[in-house]
Ligand binder design. Structure first.
Ligand SMILES: Nc1ncnc2c1ncn2[C@@H]1O[C@H](COP(=O)(O)OP(=O)(O)O)[C@@H](O)[C@H]1O
Ligand SMILES: [Mg+2]
Length: 316
């Protein structure tokens, strides 16, 4: 049933600083994008007192669900689709989440039509810029969750963002599509949004096993050479993430969550520091990222043997 709650459109005070907009992107699915968006949003909003707007640009709606608004919005009016297709403002389509300081622009299945509807139009790449007009003065952070696909929603999100963050798992397969994604982001930077920078790669589901340790050392070394930051800490594998999914809440909101809360808290502080410093990092070296891809495809054991001076394995 569609309904509207007037208190949800309460005034949010104007901020002195502009919100940082971060798009979470990876062409590969199931690599922790939504988990990262919702847990970082929770910590920013509930623990650090920041005003956060989460935009769920994946038609699966997992972020919408995890932030406790799945059945609590007007499906005709308060959706990202309504905002984009009817040129509504962010204020008209955002809803208050179940958590303090966090608002959500919910996803619905109609987002699937975005590519055919806007993919070829000149307006397509400006969709988020238009929707978010004035939003940076009202929030501290705007986090955009995306679908594992290069589509107009991802391109439009990147066109409006200050940063892109790449969630991944510590396995070679997770590198599939990495180069294509970074190339896409850098193309948007060249053509649409010169402010866009890579915030870094976030590894989730990290296990204390030699295979993960080797991969993390390998990828850390190569990403550094390619001027892409490997964000620290990675997020350890945790049962709390599945428990959170079951209860439709971010894992860090659970009293029983320990390691995952510790990791995401440290990571959120690192993100805060990086963006508040405003240190716009150098742009990634794409040919170098291509070499990493090739090395993985050829089997990277040799690479580890050549100049691996590190004896100690110190995962987290
Ligand atoms: N730290 C973690 N520990 C355990 N499971 C995790 C962790 N991070 C993510 N997952 C699980 O991995 C799967 C994919 O995560 P999700 O955030 O939905 O990825 P994406 O949004 O990239 O598709 C989910 O089942 C999620 O519960
Ligand atoms: Mg997702």
């Amino acid at each position: 049933m569609a309904f509207k709650m007037s208190h949800r459109k309460q005034e949010i005070p104007m901020r002195k600083t502009r919100a940082q907009i971060i798009t979470f992107a990876n062409i590969k699915g199931g690599v922790g994008k939504t988990t990262a968006v919702t847990n970082i949003a929770y910590l920013l909003g509930v623990e650090f007192g920041k005003k956060v707007l989460v935009i769920d640009a994946d038609d699966q709606g997992n972020a919408t669900k995890a932030l406790g608004v799945r059945d609590k919005f007007d499906r005709r009016e308060e959706t990202l689709w309504a905002g984009l297709s009817r040129k509504l403002t962010f204020e008209q389509v955002m809803v208050e989440s179940a958590y303090a300081n966090i608002w959500v622009i919910p996803s619905t299945k109609e987002l699937k039509n975005a590519q055919t509807e806007f993919g070829r139009s000149a307006r397509g790449l400006k969709l988020f810029k238009h929707l978010l007009k004035g939003a940076q003065e009202q929030f501290d952070f705007i986090l955009i969750d995306t679908k594992p696909q290069v589509n107009i929603l991802l391109q439009a999100a990147l066109s409006a963002s200050d940063w892109y963050l790449i969630p991944s798992f510590p396995e070679p397969d997770s590198y599939d599509g990495f180069l294509d994604l970074v190339s896409e982001c850098e193309e948007i930077c060249d053509e649409e949004n010169s402010d866009l920078r890579c915030l870094g790669v976030l590894l989730s589901c990290v296990k204390k096993i030699p295979a993960h340790d080797s991969y993390i050392r390998f990828i850390g070394k190569h990403l550094k050479q390619a001027r892409v930051l490997l964000l620290k800490p990675g997020i350890r594998v945790s049962n709390a993430v599945a428990t959170g999914s079951l209860h439709s809440c971010p894992a860090v909101a659970l009293p029983s969550a320990h390691s995952v809360k510790e990791d995401y808290r440290k990571l959120t502080k690192a993100v805060l520091k990086a963006v508040e410093l405003g240190a716009k990092t150098a742009r990634p070296d794409l040919p170098r990222l291509g070499v990493v891809k090739q090395t993985i495809e050829e089997g990277y054991e040799e690479d580890l043997k050549i100049d691996d001076g590190i004896q100690e394995i110190n995962l987290l």
